[in-house]
Design a protein around this ligand. Structure first.
Ligand code: ZN
Length: 117
């Protein structure tokens, strides 16, 4: 076994791989099982990335809230619209990310169920 470059995306993969782990390029006799494994791995990675994004968005919301607190001098005066806009955008992004996570999990669930005999 050696490491070769994928002909499609040029990333390093095993010479024994029948599917490129990165782009899904098929390099040999691909079985339905190989495809299932590839799709499941892609979906797992997608859920992982979405989770990381949701944490980043929460951090952004907290930062916006700190900005709000700072500008309002501890809720004493009305701050500029900036913190409100950022909090709103962060909240919206959070909802979108959670919906995407939910849909990906539903898809993973249906993929697992279809494998059952
Ligand atoms: Zn590739």
């Amino acid at each position: 076994m050696s490491i070769v470059a994928c002909p499609k995306c040029n990333r390093k993969i095993s010479s024994k791989a029948v599917i490129c782990n990165y782009c899904g390029c098929q390099l040999g006799d691909v079985t339905e099982h190989d495809l299932e494994v590839f799709r499941a791995r892609k979906l797992r990675d997608r859920i992982y990335r979405l989770n990381m994004t949701s944490y980043a968005v929460i951090t952004l919301f907290i930062a916006a809230f700190c900005w709000f607190w700072w500008e309002s001098r501890g809720f004493a005066v009305m701050p500029s619209p900036g913190p409100f806009v950022l909090m709103g955008l962060a909240a919206l992004a959070y909802v979108v990310v959670r919906v995407l996570i939910f849909r990906s999990r539903q898809l993973r669930k249906s993929m697992r169920q279809s494998k059952l005999p």
